[in-house]
Design a protein around this ligand. Structure first.
Ligand SMILES: N[C@@H](CCC(=O)N[C@@H](CS)C(=O)NCC(=O)O)C(=O)O
Length: 170
């Protein structure tokens, strides 16, 4: 039996359905051909056991034998260390994968999430639209010059960037 377990909620409200971040880890396992299972924690009752494994009461988190790891990016990098499909093994490819994984989270998602929040809460004029557009314009320029972010082939960096760019307006 696989030791890899992707943990997610047993239920989520309709709005975020199909945008839940456990997909990042499940997709990575699928791409890498890693055997894994999915287990759930209650959405409505985030108890001490959950908080011990994800201190903010969020999901996803990953179990791998005695390793417990939270944050989808950290989980993805943990999986990338197991499979060359997710991260090249040469130092340049590895550094660039790390760099783009952090960029997806810290340069794109840090803008998309507050922008999305204003959208779904019905802000009349989303003041973050210009900031988001600037980040998207840069991604557009980068991806107009190449198909993949790293090493001329799919890596975990593309997986994460694709997911953070999937943010929906309300
Ligand atoms: N930075 C965290 C964010 C996790 C996150 O926002 N998870 C959402 C589901 S996709 C969640 O648990 N939301 C419920 C909450 O924040 O209470 C990660 O990437 O793992």
């Amino acid at each position: 039996m696989s030791e890899l377990i992707v943990w997610t909620y047993d239920w989520v409200p309709e709005g975020p359905r199909s945008f839940v971040r456990d997909v990042r880890l499940r997709w990575a396992c699928e791409e890498a051909g890693l055997d894994y299972s999915v287990r759930t924690v209650p959405f409505s009752d985030r108890g001490a056991d959950h908080l011990a494994r994800q201190p903010f009461g969020q999901i996803p988190f990953l179990s791998d034998g005695e390793i417990e790891i939270f944050e989808s990016g950290a989980g993805l990098l943990h999986l990338a260390r197991k499979s060359e499909k997710l991260m090249p093994r040469d130092p340049v490819g590895e550094a660039q994968t790390l760099q783009w994984v952090i960029a997806a989270l810290n340069s794109i998602e840090m803008v998309t999430v507050p922008w999305w929040f204003l959208e779904v809460t019905g802000a009349k004029d989303n003041h973050l639209a210009g900031w988001l557009k600037s980040r998207l314009d840069h991604m557009e320029r980068i991806l107009s010059e190449r198909e993949w972010l790293v090493a001329d082939r799919f890596t975990g960096a593309d997986l994460l960037m694709a997911d953070v760019l999937r943010v929906a307006s309300g």
